[in-house]
Design a protein around this ligand. Sequence first.
Ligand SMILES: [Zn+2]
Length: 459
Amino acid sequence: MMRALFLLVSFLILLPAAGAADEVCVGEYCYDADDSGSFYQSYLFSTTSNAFDIVMIGDGYTEAEMDKFIASATVMADSFITINPYAAESCAFRIWIVRLISEDSGIEVEGSSTWGNQDTALDAVFGDGMNITVDFDKVWKAVDSSAVPGSDFVCVLVNDPSGNDGAWAYQSERVCLVTGAWPWGVTMAHELGHLIANLGDEYQCVQCDQSAGFLTTADWTRTYSEATVAAADQIDNPNLATDIGVLGWQAEINPNQILPSHALNVCSGTTVGAWEGGGKYRYGVWRSEEYCIMDGWQCPSEDHFCYACSSALAAAILPCATAFPDCAYIPFKAPRLLRARSLPPELRIPFAEDTHIEIDIPPCWTCIPDSTDVPGPPLPETYGVGIVIQNLPEGTRVAVYTSMLDLVAEQVASANGSVEITFEADTLKRYFLTLDIPAGNEGMLVNTMLSINGAQVDL
Ligand SMILES: [Zn+2]
């Protein structure tokens, strides 16, 4: 212990002094220059020069906050690239983190004392709840002045003092905006889905603001009609259809499936079909699966692109990736993390190291009822859920969380390897199970059983 401490102290002393980097200005933009004079750092997945270049740049970060910006940008890039199809085609991306300095810390937030009072490099503002805007001309000038090697798309991380969580994509500007305080890769994956593949939002509300209580009935019941929306607002995305008879993913639908798809007739949210709602409409728009990263509201922990989105993204990315067979393929940054879409009856422990597994508890029982004959917000119902897991390695932690990461229940497996968890599930929430398995148990078979209101469910 003392030796480790001594080594750590020696290491710290040998590091260059913090703050050695210099602020260098080019025109009206100032950057944190490294020892070589560069204003950016690479976060490469591709060794090719013709990949998609994604620039991550901050607004509202002072020079003293540059480490905070780099940490957020790195976490976001690190986790976005583990999500398919980006992960499978990670060789198609190069990521550049540009260290742009703002005079003031924090962007302006409407309704707060910062409004009209902040001097930030890109003039990003947080207005009206989740709505972030920026001066696009400044974004591109700041990117160009940084001499970054490529810039197909720009993600601006805003330093937001209010802790708001919001993200926007402006497709015609090739710019997305995300909050640095919430560096979720899934958010970047969603916004890049808009920019790279023209994916539409799959959520069904306009405000999507859970903090204001539940959605208003007017928001919840909007019906899309091509005849009444302005031409500019008509839905034209590969992952959405406005005619259930003309679905871009029709060939993938089992002909025996009753359409529209519904939790009552298809007991899996991952079944490709015609699920109603999307493009900020509740009715009259169809999507290919119940859950998708492009639906950012119902499933905040969701990390899965639906069939239509995956296909459109893969088509947009592949021409870049396949042109360079020598590209450096880095499949996953976190190999010990496994995510599963549904609880399997048997699970083989995949890794020799400490392993963290996250499994969605089947959505049939815990998703919001999706019935077109419900005129307003659905009423919550509860189910008694029981999960039994057998043959677990001793010391495995088993827990259930809501999709908002509230801990519902937890247990640690003892020597007999059996754990039973029961909890009351609310239909307005989604739940997932986590297993934290100690190292050295690769290949072991774990058995799971699920019961709903006391009746065992086929897995
Ligand atoms: Zn989708």
